[in-house]
Design a protein around this ligand. Structure first.
Ligand code: 8Z2
Ligand code: NDP
Length: 282
């Protein structure tokens, strides 16, 4: 659907690009000619993905091991990237999330999500923006948020709050950094199956409705569909889109608002919650 060199001159950092949706974004951007850097905490995951992408597209794909909760590590990563040439775009995709009753969350559990999603996205955005501004060059920042940023969402409250913070940051920067030629745009995905999201958010018994019935189009999203949107938004064709948030969810948010997708969780017993906690990542 796009010319094959749509992103040929672009160098793009995808945080959390080693797995899930970030990996699918990286694969599509590489196919369209972009040079990539993917970052995350797990070296083996990053290397395996980078090798796969290089083999499939012939693109230049670098990896950076970085915990984006650490502001110093983020700045070092950006200095290393810049030493080999500036970025044209940043995708704030890395995230952490899990279902829990909010009253049971420890401070560390709250911080684990807020630090990755809100602070991590903030550190990366500033690390990119200050370099672009100092050099008098433009750039684009794309953040993956969620419709919970607008509506809130029961049982994933730190994620909803953090995504709302990211969305406010993106809208604010659209205005503040627009005069520097820096564009921001957010994407709010609906249901796009990934191993991590499904194990952390949708264990058996969490839903009253089948996934398909939550979505007016009666199916979950395909990674290719959101990857194409991301590619377009980072291309020169989208050069006048600034500060907006695009929802891509088959109409799910219009049907469900912020709450009905979690109704199954209201009937969970404390034992059921303990069993989920014992089996979840982290
Ligand atoms: C249904 C509809 C929804 C619908 C919702 C739809 C909205 C979709 C929007 C977003 C979707 C996504 O983000 S999907 C992306 C999902 N991907 C991920 O989550 C991958 C990355 N996740 C992670 O790395 C981990 O899960 C995470 C806990 C966040 C960070 O790991 P760390 O190793 O840094 O942290 P840990 O040391 O293990 O844990 C930190 C603290 O968190 C606590 N903790 C960890 N898991 C916990 C859990 N399940 N319940 C309670 N508490 C938990 C630990 O006990 C620690 O607290 P103490 O015991 O006090 O020390
Ligand atoms: N899948 C879906 O249906 C939906 C997803 N989203 C959003 O889409 C994005 C991708 O989610 P998804 O692909 O499902 O989840 P994944 O867990 O597969 O992806 C998250 C990525 O972020 C990385 N990451 C997590 N914490 C850190 C950290 N502290 N520092 C650096 N990297 C980190 C992980 O790598 P590592 O663990 O190696 O660090 C992983 O590669 C997220 O922003 C999520 O909120 C929103 C709505 C729905």
């Amino acid at each position: 659907m796009f010319v094959t060199d749509l992103l040929k001159t672009k160098k793009i950092l995808v945080t959390g690009g080693g797995s899930g949706l970030g990996k699918s974004f990286a694969a599509r951007l590489a196919e369209l000619g972009a040079e990539l850097v993917i970052c995350g905490r797990r070296a083996d995951v990053l290397e395996t993905t980078a090798e796969e992408l290089r083999r499939a597209s012939g693109a230049k794909v670098a990896t950076a091991i970085c915990d984006i909760r650490d502001a110093g590590a983020v700045d070092e990563m950006f200095s290393r990237i810049w030493s080999e040439g500036p970025l044209d775009a940043l995708i704030n995709n890395a995230a952490g999330n899990f279902i829990a009753r909010t009253e049971t969350l420890s401070p560390r559990a709250i911080d684990a999500v807020l630090d990755i999603v809100l602070h991590g996205s903030f550190y990366c955005s500033v690390a990119a923006g200050k370099r672009w501004i100092a050099e008098g060059r433009g750039g684009s920042i794309l953040s993956i948020v969620s419709s919970a940023a607008n509506s809130g969402r029961a049982f994933t409250v730190p994620s909803a709050a953090a995504k709302a913070g990211v969305l406010a940051m993106m809208k604010s920067l659209a205005v503040e950094w627009g005069p520097h030629g820096i564009r921001t745009v957010s994407v709010a995905p609906g249901l796009f199956p990934t191993k991590a999201a499904w194990s952390q958010l949708y264990p058996d018994g969490s839903k009253l409705l089948s996934e398909e019935m939550e979505v007016p189009l009666r199916r979950t999203g395909q990674h290719e569909e959101i990857a194409n949107l991301v590619a377009y938004l980072l291309s020169d064709g989208a050069s006048y889109i600034n500060g907006d948030c695009i929802t891509i969810d088959g109409g799910r948010d219009l049907q469900n608002g912020g709450g009905s997708g979690v109704m199954g969780l209201f009937s969970w017993t404390p034992e059921r919650w303990d069993a989920f906690r014992a089996n979840s990542r982290g």
